[in-house]
Design a protein around this ligand. Structure first.
Ligand SMILES: Cc1cc2nc3c(=O)[nH]c(=O)nc-3n(C[C@H](O)[C@H](O)[C@H](O)COP(=O)(O)O)c2cc1C
Ligand code: SF4
Length: 485
């Protein structure tokens, strides 16, 4: 068979300055707002505080949740976890969105080193939070306006609680494409409604512990293919948690009600994959470029949330808008917009130049992926001015990130700029901008994806190429050797 050439896209490193970047956006008709100058000090849009009801956030920088695959066997933090939280604190971000996904029970862990929240880990979680606050105060002088949450999760289909290479999926329905990827047979049991009720109880108990540990809010994670996100697309499931929109959101409503009854002052947040696309795979005829799975025989597509059922490659925001209306009604003030899943369409969720080991080469200019998340976040922000909205997926912008971030805040595309990978590589990027300090170009995340490749190989996550703590470690040597093979 003839090999199709892999599409190639301009690397941002090839664009000399912000002017070239703006020109590139215009020439390729990519709609991303971008300032031509950085603004420092109090005049910076990024330095503005935000007040909404009882929520007060001291600036517009948000630290996105990022797991490190480095907890103990029983789900408590290690030195590496403390180091990461310290760096999140020192980033100057005034909104800490959950630090990282923390499982509400052992069988819902995404990996055997994920943190677990329970009475046994309460003191450790409290210390993690205190470590973050201390580092934050040292970096910016005060913890005024610092809002810290904990992201609560059950990994559902992507549970691997006992070994990094042994999936133990908990599925809500049979998926015509994803079941095959995890070798799930047709008679594999679904999570029963009674088990979902137990998980609701676990979320509620976890929220109580989070409040005792001093967290300001908990995120009921609804993104990236994990349990609560899968529930939103459980159109084919029977019973109380499947089928209608009301049933598919029952889990959220019951978790919120239970938490409220236990602790009225703890704020509740939701991180949502607000749109999706069908799973992608590596295509050998295009030199490992990502291609969508075939939808032959699968239309209308009944296994997605936020997708057009007649063409699931396209987003459809009708249900995500209904979902945000529900959040508004439930008094959930904080919403973090993400997309897709790192397992089945990573280019949608985390635009990158280089794919992780289990990924595929980008099927589109990664800037198109950034623009898509920004556009959808903007549309949702316009529809829900009262919700505090955090946008995601800016790290691919590299040194142009601060120019885009400033414009996006000023033009109200989002309320806060959520930073993921950039925080692992260069935690103080936006703080340096506000402080008027020059950017440290050598520290800028280049989206090499080693922070994802490492855990796929059973190693802790971290920025192996740029953070000497990981690069020069034994695990750094192991990762290099694995990549050479
Ligand atoms: C190593 C790593 C771990 C992550 N862990 C989580 C997580 O625990 N919870 C979550 O909601 N998102 C997680 N994400 C997704 C990020 O929060 C973020 O949405 C994504 O990386 C895109 O943002 P960025 O372009 O700034 O990296 C993770 C991402 C990375 C790279
Ligand atoms: S390994 Fe470092 S440079 Fe690569 S994507 Fe992760 S944070 Fe960025």
């Amino acid at each position: 068979m003839t090999q199709m050439p892999q599409p190639s896209y301009t690397h941002l490193g090839g664009l000399r300055d912000v002017e070239s970047f703006r020109r590139y956006l215009a020439e390729h008709r990519i709609d991303i707002p971008c300032d031509d100058k950085l603004i420092s000090g109090e005049a910076s849009p990024l330095a503005q505080s935000l007040h909404a009801g009882t929520i007060k956030i001291g600036n517009r920088i948000a630290a996105q949740p990022m797991e490190g695959w480095d907890g103990t066997e029983d789900g408590r933090p290690t030195e590496l976890t403390f180091r990461r939280w310290e760096r999140f604190g020192a980033s100057g971000a005034k909104l800490i969105w959950g630090g990282e996904a923390v499982a509400v029970r052992h069988d819902g862990r995404a990996n055997p080193n994920q943190l677990v929240i329970n009475q046994h880990s309460r003191v450790d979680l409290c210390r993690l939070r205190e470590t973050l606050v201390a580092a934050h105060k040292q970096a910016v002088g005060s913890d005024d306006g610092l809002l810290i949450g904990l992201q609560l999760t059950h990994s559902g289909r992507y549970s691997r609680p006992n070994a990094h290479d042994r999936p133990e999926p908990k599925i809500l329905y049979h998926h015509p494409i994803l079941d095959g990827r995890l070798n799930i047979p047709a008679d594999y049991p679904l999570v029963k409604d009674e088990e979902l009720r137990e998980i609701i109880e676990d979320f509620y108990k976890a929220a109580v512990v989070a409040a005792e540990a001093g967290f300001d809010f908990v995120d009921i994670k609804h993104c990236h293919g994990y349990l609560a996100h899968e529930l939103l697309s459980a159109h084919t499931r029977e019973g109380e948690f499947g089928g209608s929109f009301e049933n598919r959101t029952r889990f959220l409503r019951e978790v919120v009600t239970a938490i409220r009854a236990a602790n009225a002052s703890l704020s509740i947040a939701v991180r949502l994959s607000a749109f999706d696309t069908i799973p992608f795979r590596k295509d050998s005829s295009t030199e490992a470029c990502g291609v969508p799975e075939s939808t032959n025989g699968l239309l209308p597509y009944r296994w997605g949330f936020g997708v057009n059922v007649e063409n699931p490659l396209e987003p459809d925001l009708a249900e995500p808008i209904k979902f945000l209306s529900l959040l508004h009604e439930l008094g959930v003030p904080l919403v973090n917009i993400s997309a897709g899943s790192p397992y089945y369409n990573p280019h949608i969720q985390r635009p990158a130049t280089y794919p992780p080991s289990d990924g595929y080469s980008p099927p589109e200019d990664a800037l198109v992926g950034v623009a898509r998340q920004m556009r959808i976040t903007r549309e949702l922000k316009q529809q829900f001015p009262d919700l505090v909205i955090v946008g995601s997926a800016y790290s691919y912008l590299q040194e142009f990130l601060p120019y885009v971030a400033q414009a996006a805040i000023r033009d109200r595309w989002t309320d806060c700029i959520g930073l993921g990978r950039m925080l692992l590589a260069y935690p103080s990027l936006l703080l340096d901008v506000i402080g008027g300090r020059p950017l440290q170009r050598k520290s800028v995340c280049r989206t090499f994806s080693d922070c994802t490749t490492a855990p796929r190989a059973g190693l802790p996550s971290g920025c192996y190429p740029l953070d000497p703590h990981y690069r020069e470690s034994e695990n750094g040597t192991k990762l290099k050797a694995m990549k050479r093979r």
